[in-house]
Design a protein around this ligand. Structure first.
Ligand code: ZN
Length: 186
């Protein structure tokens, strides 16, 4: 397995590399909807979509918007906490974010593939219900005592506790440690 220079690769190329390195056999393409970098769709046999954009570009965009900034920071926080327990390999935030985000989508692919259709559907429905609830809470927070920033921070933390999202994060963190042990870096 050849090493990869994360900084000079696109998210799509990184995803393809991760898929091979971890022998996960996941279908990947670079077709993302506008304003997204990473997606999983359960139609057409299940596909993970990762954008043709570099970690630097993605990072700059995510950190530049108040709606996405806290999500970005929450992911870095989660991933760093997992790394610090294991390897000391240096990886910058932008690269770490993209690697984690790809692996998180891989986690969704695995959920969809490994669960029965009925179990998966039930989890998707639960996630939708909780997500709607969370959105309502955020709206109330914004109208009330909290400043926008507090609401966004709350949203970023609670999002990661949603059904399917939490399990995908656990999968991503586990795989991340394996990837970093392969000795890849910036
Ligand atoms: Zn997700």
């Amino acid at each position: 397995m050849n090493a990869i220079n994360f900084s000079q690769s696109t998210a799509y190329r990184i995803a393809v590399w991760l898929n091979q390195a971890l022998e996960l056999d996941i279908a990947i393409d670079s077709k993302v909807e506008p304003h997204t970098w990473f997606q999983f769709s359960d139609d057409n046999g299940g596909v993970v979509h990762c954008a043709s954009a570099t970690p630097g570009e993605i990072s700059k965009f995510e950190l530049g918007k108040k709606e996405t900034r806290d999500h970005y920071l929450e992911i870095i926080h989660l991933a760093r906490a997992a790394i610090s327990k294991g390897d000391s390999l240096e990886i910058n935030d932008a690269n770490l974010y993209v690697v984690f985000a790809c692996l998180h989508e891989f986690g969704h692919y695995r959920q969809w593939k490994d669960l029965s259709a009925a179990d998966y559907r039930a989890l998707v429905d639960r996630r939708h219900a909780r997500f709607d609830q969370l959105n309502k809470t955020i709206l109330t927070m914004k109208k009330g005592y909290a400043r926008g920033q507090e609401a966004y921070q709350y949203f970023a933390k609670e999002y990661r506790r949603l059904p399917l999202e939490h399990e995908s994060d656990l999968f991503a963190l586990e795989q991340l440690q394996i990837v970093l042990r392969m000795g890849v870096g910036d």
